[in-house]
Ligand binder design. Structure first.
Ligand code: S3P
Length: 435
């Protein structure tokens, strides 16, 4: 389905993004391993998180979705059952990588697959350390889904993670729950810590020292470990809120309130980037919820400076880079992204998709192996164009925002792909856009 986005004058009113995708995946998986019924309120409406719920249901948990809440009943850490059919992670890298960690510790064999995009994304990064723990995992070309995971007894490892990836860290920690001994993961740079927080919330003791996280498993003589069902509120997804922060920032006189947004410090680097570029952002009613931090964000129109995003910042803003790049033409100095080759193996090759669509709108772009440079305002204003998102939700949403400040209408092809993280995105955007 195509969506047409007409230029807007300003953004005003209030909006509430869907529940956080990363947290929803983790709560769904841990609830399915807990002993009893959990209630997960404001569960992400994202198709990706439906994939996780469907997988956990196929593995024997009871799952019900009711008015935005997921009720998940688990049967304990030893309670999962084998499935006849392959488990389907859809478009979701988080589902596939985290679940591989859990399945590695089960006393049965599972097949795990995904859509065409997910079948092209590298899985060796989780298969490698899980094999070190004793798992037997087969992959196409030893790197890609479909995966066959022959679960069994695992032993703890001390894993020095070669890349800054929350998904890899989480896969190893979740496998560590089933291993004999104490598993540790040391990350080269900070990544989102929702797994650590969620494990503690469900009652699995986790130790953190600097960049090392430790968890003890149920293998060997630690049979007393069990996860407790929980009743939890999921904060709104900051990575979804960012599209509204960007849109309000580039449209003069905007005045937008974004309600109930997750403000975990391992996610808020994007707010620092916006602030350093001169955005007008205020955090209001900051509160804590189950180890996570939540608040409202007030955003006003501003003149953005632009700048360079690189190095250790990259893993902390990885999902927001498409939006930042698409903002480049609205900034004074342009936007330059370095050290982000990882963007090439996301839901699409995001560097190529950004360069292609920015050029369609008339921007000046230099594409590089590990990033891109997008010229700022001096290179001219954007014009409406037809956008090809390459089935990537964040590309579709980033260009819908860029379209608001362009001259002439923009058509987003296959706009439904936004539903992977934010099914009501286009309606929410239309509601707050004034023309
Ligand atoms: C995620 C981690 C990030 C991010 C993804 C969600 C998670 O991936 O891009 O959208 O929930 O752990 P990497 O860990 O591969 O960087």
């Amino acid at each position: 389905m195509k969506r047409t986005i007409r230029p807007a004058k300003t953004l005003s009113g209030g909006v509430e993004p869907p529940g956080d995708k990363s947290i929803s995946h983790r709560y769904a998986m841990l609830a399915a391993l807990a002993e009893g019924a959990s209630e997960l309120r404001h569960f992400a409406a994202a198709a990706d998180c439906r994939s996780t719920l469907d997988c956990m249901k196929a593995l024997g948990a009871e799952v019900k979705l009711d008015k935005g809440a997921a009720r998940v009943t688990g049967h304990g850490l030893r309670g999962l059952k084998s499935t006849r059919r392959a488990l389907d992670a859809g478009n979701s890298g988080t589902t596939m990588r985290l679940l591989t960690g859990i399945l590695a510790g089960q006393a049965f064999t599972s097949q795990l697959t995904g859509d065409a995009s997910l079948q092209k994304r590298p899985m060796k990064r989780v298969v490698g350390p899980l094999r070190e723990m004793g798992a037997d995992i087969r992959a196409r070309e030893d790197n890609f889904a479909p995966l066959e995971i022959r679960g069994g007894r695992l032993h703890a490892i001390q894993f020095q993670m070669p890349m800054a990836s929350a998904q890899v860290k989480s896969a190893v920690l979740l496998a560590g729950l089933f291993a004999e001994g104490e598993t540790s993961v040391t990350e080269p740079a900070r990544t989102r810590d929702h797994t650590e927080i969620a494990l503690e919330e469900f009652g699995a003791p986790v130790e953190k020292h600097g960049k090392t996280i430790r968890v003890r498993g149920i293998g060997g003589n630690n049979g007393s470990l069990s996860l407790q069902p929980r009743s939890l509120d999921i904060p709104g997804d900051l990575s979804s809120a960012v599209f509204f922060i960007a849109a309000a920032s580039i449209l003069p006189d905007s005045n937008l309130l974004i309600h109930n947004v997750g403000l975990n410090p391992t996610r808020t680097a994007i707010l620092d980037v916006f602030a350093s570029m001169g955005a007008s952002l205020q955090m209001l009613s900051v509160r804590s919820a189950h180890g996570e931090i939540v608040g409202d964000l007030a955003v006003k129109g501003a003149s953005l400076k632009g700048g360079v995003i690189e190095g250790q910042q990259i893993p902390l803003v990885i999902d927001e880079l498409p939006m930042l790049a698409a903002l480049g033409p609205y900034t004074e100095l342009g936007i330059e992204i370095r050290d982000a080759a990882e963007l090439r193996v996301k839901e699409s090759d995001r560097i190529a998709a950004l360069a292609e669509n920015l050029r369609r709108m008339g921007a000046t772009v230099e594409e590089r192996p590990d990033g891109l440079r997008v010229e700022g305002r001096h290179a001219g204003t954007l014009r409406g164009a037809e956008i090809e998102p390459h089935a990537d939700h964040r590309i579709a949403m980033a260009f819908a925002v860029a379209a608001l400040g362009a001259s002439g209408a923009t058509v987003i092809r296959d706009a439904d792909c936004a539903g992977v993280s934010y099914p009501t995105f286009f309606d929410d955007l239309e509601r707050v856009a004034e023309r």
